[in-house]
Design a protein around this ligand. Structure first.
Ligand SMILES: [Cu+2]
Length: 209
């Protein structure tokens, strides 16, 4: 028995807490095998939690991914997202929505400019500022306030709300998280969805107020 060991001899001391943590790790590893990385990462976050973003958020675009690729927001919080394209070679956009149009994945159908059937930004008040090297900005159905002259924003029409940045470009988006709780996807659909398919996407979990 443990208590009968001589002093100074270190034996294995597994607490119940350690045992549960180990079991949890095995469970997550099993989920990786079962559902793949993306699902298991989300499951792990559901179990272990994710900090709530508030105030200023840096969102970086790379070839072909975002950092961070998961955020937790809360309804009613005031956010300022500073979107920054870190690529030296590629244009990248940022759309948020639900229900990706899957036709391009199946190799047929017209490439629709609307990547998402539901655009998160519909009816949302958002202020844009500090535009640098903007390829184009599509306001779609958002209520947009532009700080400074509109020229640098390269306002365009068609498709989901999306700032598209040139390499090295950046822009700030200030808004109050709208009452749209639940899971939202974001992604870059530049180059006929290749960016998205390659992994340039993420998830926002919006908590109720
Ligand atoms: Cu991209």
């Amino acid at each position: 028995m443990e208590q009968e060991r001589a002093e100074g001899v270190v034996g294995p001391k597994w607490s119940r807490r350690q045992f549960l943590a180990g079991t949890g790790g095995l469970t997550v590893a099993g989920l990786v095998a079962l559902f793949g990385r993306q699902a298991s990462v989300q499951t792990a976050r559901a179990i272990f939690g994710s900090p709530i973003s508030a105030g200023k958020i840096n969102l970086y675009q790379f070839d072909y991914y975002y950092i961070p690729n998961y955020m937790t927001w809360r309804v009613g919080d005031q956010l300022e997202v500073w979107l920054q394209n870190q690529s030296h070679t590629h244009w990248h956009e940022w759309t948020i929505g639900r229900h990706v149009n899957m036709l391009p994945f199946q190799g047929f159908g017209e490439l629709n400019a609307d990547a998402f059937a539901v655009d998160f930004w519909q009816g949302v008040d958002v202020t844009l500022s500090d535009p640098v090297k903007i390829d184009n900005f599509v306001p779609n159905m958002a209520h947009v306030t532009y700080v400074g002259p509109k020229g640098p924003y390269q306002i365009a029409s068609g498709g989901d709300f999306s700032p598209t940045l040139q390499p090295g470009g950046s822009i700030k988006l200030s808004f109050t998280v709208p009452d749209k709780p639940g899971l939202w996807q974001f992604g870059c659909f530049v180059q006929e969805y290749i960016h998205y398919r390659t992994g340039m996407r993420g998830t926002i979990n919006i908590l109720p107020a």
